[in-house]
Design a protein around this ligand. Structure first.
Ligand code: PMP
Length: 404
């Protein structure tokens, strides 16, 4: 046992497996719709022009060195990141009530948030409620720090929309002061978000029951093309004083996937409480990573703190969100007008963000992978970013075939 001979082989990550199969496929029309990363109209990764500019500035900055950052990260980055999600005029910002720590992208923020709650939350019933379905990693992150997971109904396959009444019932039936993980916008994997009215009703029940909102914000700006719009739910919950934290990622909206730029923001009851929360988050972060990586945080700090770069970033975000929204419209048009594919496809244009739940079943998904060289997960989720003006027609035709 000391040489680990008994260690069992773990199954490969399902998305990784799908990508490997895609790479091995030699068919000229193959499409990868599994990948959760933005691609341009030629199917290539896109370095945002504003990120290129910021990189040039950093490269030419002779004052920079490779010293450690603070345990809690680059202060001008975490402060700007907090203003971005809460809004610069938010009372939680002006009153200094946010405890912000730089994290290893959104995953690290989820992890640190889970760890912090595990140690310091006043649980009645130690568990986190996750939407059914959710980003698969949520199911691994919480148990890893000793927080069991339960699910709440979220997606209704009948309507290919939100299972709203069942969701509200789950909020009502959970023990008081339960923790609910909510996707701030662009729900992964369904692309189905509550309407503003529904968010209001969710907040009402959460306040009534004293629940805690664990917001995961991985797509601010990337979803609608508008940073303010995509922060609406978080800000509304802050306005209503729902207790909450926010996990923030710049992987998607700044195209900085591999740089691991994220932040955890825990809202405290007072400035003093925020200082105490920060001190404990520092202790946790110290034991795990000591200090976060500098380069990506410097890039995002430049972009958020320079008005000209910030304006350019907003244009880049519009480019990405706009292309994805155009692909939704074109796919919908091809299915409904040209191919007259059986069924209702309005969810393709009503869903938001990188992903779309097509509503096709596992057999149909498998047929697409095996016969059409179109790679997608068995649950019928497609990454809209994998579609472009060159392959959308091929995909629509193959989808049409698979459902007939
Ligand atoms: N939360 C959700 C819902 C996501 O979709 C993702 C990215 N797949 C993340 C968090 C974290 O990603 P990252 O660690 O790359 O920021």
């Amino acid at each position: 046992a000391e040489r680990f001979e008994e260690v069992p082989l773990a199954p490969p990550d399902s998305i990784f497996k799908l990508t490997a199969a895609y790479k091995a496929d030699t068919h000229p029309d193959k499409i990868n719709l599994g990948v959760g990363a933005y691609r341009d109209d030629n199917g290539k990764p896109w370095v945002l022009p504003v990120v290129k500019k910021a990189t040039d500035i950093l490269l030419n900055d002779a004052t920079l060195d490779h010293e450690y950052l603070n345990i809690t990260g680059l202060p001008e980055y975490t402060a700007a990141a907090a203003r971005l999600i809460f809004g610069p005029d938010s009372p939680v910002i002006t009153e200094g009530r946010v405890a912000s720590v730089q994290t290893i992208s959104g995953t690290g923020a989820n992890h640190l948030g889970a760890l912090f709650l595990s140690k310091f939350y006043g649980w009645n019933d130690k568990r986190v409620y996750l939407s059914d379905p959710t980003w698969v990693n949520h199911h691994a992150i919480f148990p890893q720090v000793g927080v069991p997971v339960s699910t709440y109904p979220y997606y209704d396959p009948q309507t290919i929309g939100l299972a709203f009444p069942a969701f509200l019932d789950a909020l009502k039936n959970a023990a008081p002061r339960s923790v609910f993980l909510l996707h701030a916008c662009a729900h992964n994997p369904t692309g189905v978000d509550p309407t503003r009215e529904q968010w209001g009703a969710i907040a009402d029940v959460m306040l009534e029951k004293g629940h805690f909102a664990f917001f995961d914000s991985a797509y601010q700006g990337f979803a609608s093309g508008d940073l303010e719009n995509d922060a609406w739910a978080v800000r509304e919950f802050v306005r209503r004083n729902v207790p909450l934290l926010v996990c923030q990622s710049f992987a998607k909206n700044a195209g900085l996937y591999g740089e691991r730029v994220g932040a955890l923001h825990v809202v405290g009851a007072s400035k003093e409480a925020a200082a105490r929360i920060t001190s404990q988050l520092s202790v946790l972060a110290r034991a795990e990573i000591s200090n976060p990586p500098a380069h990506g945080a410097r890039l995002v700090s430049l972009i958020l703190n320079d008005p000209a770069l910030f304006a350019e970033w907003k244009r880049d975000i519009k480019t990405m969100a706009g292309r994805i929204i155009d692909m939704r419209k074109e796919l919908h048009r091809l299915l409904t007008e040209e191919l007259k594919t059986p069924g209702n496809w309005d969810h393709i244009v009503n869903q938001i963000g990188m992903f779309s739940f097509t509503g096709i079943n596992p057999t149909q998904s498998q047929a697409l992978v095996e016969k059409a060289h179109v790679y997608l997960t068995a649950n019928g989720r497609i990454s809209m970013a994998g579609l472009n003006s060159h392959n959308v027609r091929y995909f629509a035709t193959q989808l049409d075939k698979a459902v007939r």
